[in-house]
Design a protein around this ligand. Sequence first.
Ligand code: HAM
Length: 406
Amino acid sequence: MWNFVEAAVRDVFRAYNFQEIRTPIFEATELFARGVGEETDIVSKEMYTWEDRGRAESDKGQSLTLRPEATAGIVRAYIEHKLGDRGLNKLYCIGPMFRRERPQKGRYRQFYQIDAEIIGPASAGSESPARDAEILEMLATLLDRLGIRDWNLELNSVGTPNDRAAFNEALRKALDPVKDKMCGDCQRRAVTNPLRVFDCKVPEDQPIIETLPRITQFLSEDSREHFEAVQEILKAVGVPFRINDRLVRGLDYYTRTAFEFTHGALGAQNAILGGGRYDGLSEALGGPAAPGIGFAIGEDRLVMSLKETAEGVLRKPDAYVAPMAGMNAAAARLARELRRHDLVVELGDDTFRLKKSFEAATKVGAKYILIVGENEVTADVFSLKNLATGEQVSVPRRELAARIRA
Ligand code: HAM
């Protein structure tokens, strides 16, 4: 399943000209603190962080962290290695991420992300709503390709930092008289970073959160136009979406477009992927202006939702080659020939009785069983039995591969 997903990912991303990047599993803690944001749940409570013992005096006590997400590392690499100068501005990465969360179905402390990013100078069009729509259309293509049908795309704009300053002010005002009735986290957020109140999952807090102002009312003309342009392209290419004005995403780097894809079969942890624009991240990490947009798919969750919808993804053996007593060498030769014709072959052992070979062939789900006995080898003709129908035919050796494939 995982291989099936990753093969489809590589294939689809290739068509959009993405290149693979592999970033380190751990980086300086500061990168995530500055990139993702000190006040986010990820940085404030979920990171696996330790102090390096160091080899040299200079790196003793350096704080290191297992990557909780991939965007900060990719943007760091983009800046450090000037990837933009080499035309590398569409990058993807597949690998493990780490967050100290409470494990449950679909939520793990080590989980896998498939992450893709488009980054570059504004002069290269990286700020264009065409990029947002391209990313979203690529995701729709991927999910369709994987056979996942009942996904929902939830879309919002979280505005520019300027838009958000006004929004934060309004939120603070609205929270002030009610925050005492909210959970401890929200009381803290109401003061330090009120936007994060929307991340709250405490059921008792939800009625209060429902009454709060929404970012949509605070978007500047530019942000509004950008958001409308994204929607216009999505409609033109036929990607369905729903506006969700509560969607603010749990990371601080987002600007303007933010989105999540959800899937019904997943239950409470129903976000199969999330992403958005981060026009200021490169500068926040000490790099040049390089607006960007990207997403990360939770691969564990994607595989789970696939199991609910797709059958027959795995390639079962085309044939089980069953050697009779003393025929291991002849069977190995035959299996080698068939495998060279790109068939999937499971090879038995000449100590197995015929009954055991049939049981083994059925257990691995082989389509055919091929008996290799002395008579067959002498005549160079083999009996090929279809395990599902019971139909059996004699086939000359040189026709075997074509016959099995047909
Ligand atoms: P995120 O929403 O934190 O975004 O994570 C993206 C996806 O990773 C989630 O929708 C979920 O499917 C999966 N995920 C997150 N935490 C867990 C977990 N503990 N167990 C299993 N799956 C999990 C980001 O990480 C951003 N870096 C995405 C992005 C890329 N934005 C722009 N570019």
